[in-house]
Design a protein around this ligand. Structure first.
Ligand SMILES: Nc1nc2c(ncn2[C@@H]2O[C@H](COP(=O)(O)OP(=O)(O)O)[C@@H](O)[C@H]2O)c(=O)[nH]1
Ligand SMILES: Nc1ncnc2c1ncn2[C@@H]1O[C@H](COP(=O)(O)OP(=O)(O)O)[C@@H](O)[C@H]1O
Length: 214
């Protein structure tokens, strides 16, 4: 069962995934997005170049630094951060409208972004940290992905400790040994969070009707 089958009107949630680069969050996010009804990706803006296969407007909105700063300075971002030598930001547009319509928004952002979203919308935020099984496996996955030159892989490994050191700030932690199992765990978290009483805003009316009819 997925949240799409839930009938009680509910408020959407902000589902944040963070991890050291290469742990598997993008893969897990796309599996969820492919199958979960009422879950959409917050497409971040970035000044980094597109990787082969990445689509502008779908994976990221690719901006020049000038365009990024213009958007940032006009209040266009809910949060933004400087990561691995590039700027990344979460567009403000329509996030809260989606939550009000019962649609969940998934964020693939780093610990800085997670902290900022928590500060502006704590009650809507659910934070999940994805850990790799080991450092060796993290490096193997970064190489296997074959999308970064050697110096970028080294930089990502060097930054892994800084990201991992924030693991205890998250509500849930998944050690990503096996993709199918991790996907199941992530889906279970999403379903449980969707069922939180305070998010099921239609409950009060349902219960009121029930009591009157009794
Ligand atoms: N704060 C923040 N971080 C972001 C945003 N978009 C992506 N990131 C993070 O930036 C880091 C680098 O992302 P990317 O270059 O796609 O490499 P990845 O680590 O392989 O996913 C990752 O930790 C992302 O989660 C954003 O809008 N805001
Ligand atoms: N549980 C897993 N077992 C083996 N390989 C995995 C697992 N999870 C992800 N991968 C692989 O590791 C690489 C990095 O995953 P990716 O989702 O791009 O990580 P991130 O978005 O966290 O940087 C990809 O090639 C992906 O297919």
């Amino acid at each position: 069962m997925t949240g799409g089958e839930l009938k009680v009107p509910r408020r959407g949630l902000m589902f944040i995934l963070s991890s050291p680069s290469g742990a598997g969050k993008t893969t897990l996010a796309s599996r969820l997005l492919a199958t979960e009804k009422d879950l959409v990706l917050s497409v971040s803006a970035t000044t980094r170049k597109a990787r082969p296969g990445e689509v502008d407007g779908k994976d990221y909105t690719f901006l020049s630094e000038e365009e990024f700063f213009r958007m940032r300075d006009s209040g266009g971002f809910l949060e933004w951060a400087y990561v691995f030598g590039h700027y990344y930001g979460t567009p403000r547009a329509s996030v809260f409208d989606k939550l009000a319509k019962g649609v969940d928004v998934l964020f693939d952002i780093d610990w800085q972004g997670a902290q900022q979203l928590d500060a502006v919308a704590g009650g809507d935020v659910v934070k999940v940290f994805i850990l790799p099984p080991s450092r060796t496996e993290l490096e193997r996955r970064l190489r296997e992905r074959k999308q970064d030159p050697e110096e970028v892989i080294r930089a990502r490994m060097a930054k892994a400790d800084a990201e991992i050191s924030h693991w205890a700030e998250y509500d849930y932690v998944i050690v990503n040994y096996d993709l199918d199992q991790s996907e199941h765990m992530l889906r279970s978290i999403l379903l449980a969070e969707r069922l939180r009483r305070r998010r099921q805003i239609g409950l009060a009316d349902i219960v009121k009707d029930m009591m009157r009819d009794a």
